[in-house]
Design a protein. Structure first.
Length: 312
């Protein structure tokens, strides 16, 4: 069984998508449609920068999605590999869950772009700049990270945001609490605590204003039918019902990204190959979670051609 997986924030870089756009009309069509949906030349920011503009959450989220969907469209149109025929399920890391839903037809490309632009903007403005922070705990499992977050909170918000793999957990919350946690790592048997260069404390209870905005947006633009099942971030379990997924997307804004558990569940359900579309971020995590499963990252035309030769 094969899962197609889609990367989250942090995988953006200036120049993304340019090779695909130069080689494929299908890729160009994706970038043009996203530009039109957002009334913004996002494809130019992706191709030429500046980097700080691409990194803005409200640009990075639709950009990462557009790049991954362009990669998928090239695979389907230029190389004849259909996602629904070649795959058994999908999943995405944080914003990647929206990309996955677009890939399985639950959202149109234009709607996905608009929802992610709004999601990025809502997450950005939910907490005044400087009040929140996030830190990656390296060499931490979920038990150690949870104990550290509880010890560092001291009446403030300090929560698990991302359970990425057996040795990397991300915490999120009020700046004081997160900085305190980063300074206490050694007491909890954790190798390092690295403050992340993010503008807001994603995936924690401080994001509630953003969750409220997404609830309104998703009421107007709910997901439709999924052509393949999706493993949701907040439950790490399989979803096929659009109404359930709508609820989970709202919970996802404040909830933990259970990536380690999602991959473990997919593997336990029989997935033995993971294909990451549009990035090289998830494959290394997957190898740490499900070591015997095959992983492939599909980014370049060469990657896609190689994958298509093996699977057609």
């Amino acid at each position: 069984m094969r899962a197609f997986v889609f990367p989250g924030q942090g995988s953006q870089k200036v120049g993304m998508g340019t090779e695909l756009a130069a080689a494929s009309a299908a890729a160009r069509a994706v970038f043009e449609e996203v530009d039109e949906a957002l009334s913004l030349k996002l494809s130019a920011i992706m191709a030429e920068g500046p980097a700080d503009e691409l990194t803005l959450t409200e640009n990075a989220q639709p950009a990462i999605m557009a790049n991954a969907i362009a990669t998928l469209r090239v695979l389907e149109n230029e190389f004849g590999v259909s996602l629904t025929e070649a795959g058994d399920c999908v999943a995405g890391h944080s914003l990647g869950e929206y990309t996955a839903l677009c890939a399985v037809g639950a959202f149109s490309l234009a709607d996905t772009a608009r929802l992610l632009k709004l999601r990025g903007s809502a997450m950005q403005t939910a907490v005044p700049v400087g009040e929140g922070a996030m830190a990656a705990l390296l060499g931490a499992d979920i038990e150690k990270a949870s104990a550290l977050a509880a010890a560092a909170a001291d009446g403030q918000v300090c929560e698990i945001a991302n359970d990425n793999d057996p040795g990397q957990v991300v915490i999120s919350g009020q700046r004081g609490a997160v900085e305190r946690a980063a300074s206490m790592v050694k007491d909890h048997g954790i190798k390092r605590g690295v403050l992340l260069p993010v503008s807001a404390p994603f995936h924690c209870s401080m994001m509630q204003p953003a969750a409220d905005r997404m609830a309104e947006a998703l009421a107007e633009t709910p997901p439709g039918a999924l052509t393949l099942p999706l493993y949701a971030n907040v439950t790490a379990s399989k979803v096929t019902d659009p109404a359930e997924e709508q609820k989970l997307l709202i919970e996802q804004v404040t909830g933990r990204v259970r990536w380690r558990e999602s991959v473990a569940q997919m593997h336990s359900d029989g997935v033995n190959e993971f294909a990451e579309l549009g990035g090289k971020v998830l494959a290394p995590m997957i190898r740490k979670i499900a070591g015997e499963a095959e992983t492939v990252s599909l980014v370049t035309m060469e990657d896609l051609e190689g994958f298509a030769k093996e699977h057609t």
